[in-house]
Design a protein around this ligand. Sequence first.
Ligand SMILES: N#Cc1c(-c2ccc3ccn(Cc4cccnc4)c3c2)n[nH]c1N
Length: 247
Amino acid sequence: MRVDIVSIFPEYFAPLDLSLIGKARANGTLRLAVHDLRTWTHDVHRTVDDTPYGGGPGMVMRPEPWGEALDALAPDELNPDGHTMPRLLVPSPAGVRFTQAMAHELAAESHLLFACGRYEGIDQRVLDHAATRMRVTEVSLGDYVLFGGEVAVLVILEAVTRLLPGVLGNAGSLDEESHAHGLLEAPMYTKPATWRGHEVPDVLRSGDHGRIARWRRDEALTRTAARRPDMMAALPPESLDKRDRAA
Ligand SMILES: N#Cc1c(-c2ccc3ccn(Cc4cccnc4)c3c2)n[nH]c1N
């Protein structure tokens, strides 16, 4: 997967050299490049923002630098390596909610292009024009307001990269984690069996894999019902067997 990120704070992405994302870059699973938006400014002050039409607080990111950046990173002609147009992702408080399902969807893309806004956001015409040439998705992490899109890109990239083949050592862990099947994951334990008077549930030390699987399912259902009734409501009825309904 190829990933391009455009930001006025490219140094925000230094953490992407670390850990499993760093390894994915080193082994070629992830080809990531971070670009400074000011590369595409031409004035002495390298200006990227201006006052909003219609008035109001703050500043808006000017369309010209963004237009040139997207032209350079998503040229109309096929990329040298033959790839088609990238999918443009624009973090925004007004975006569609980012979910694990979207992470899976994005993990299937060959080229992601992230546009990190700042100030009050990017001039809408940048997104409108981009949408005439590529798929554009405004995406939000949740119902709170950040300073800009960089943190969202770090979160999205981590959620997507861990789904790429070979990135997670134990791909099986993807099957049981929270949100994998629309439920929160069950509690996890490791040695020692007793810690500060707290015991590991006996079933997990029984060696009975059927009982363990049932216990984990019951715990996942209980947790999800208590913490995320919205997820319970969204579960397809056929995904719950009669035992689940009794849990
Ligand atoms: N994803 C995501 C987000 C953002 C977010 C993403 C990009 C930008 C670019 C600028 N701001 C500040 C800003 C402040 C006020 C109004 N509009 C924008 C951003 C906030 N906030 N919350 C999320 N879940």
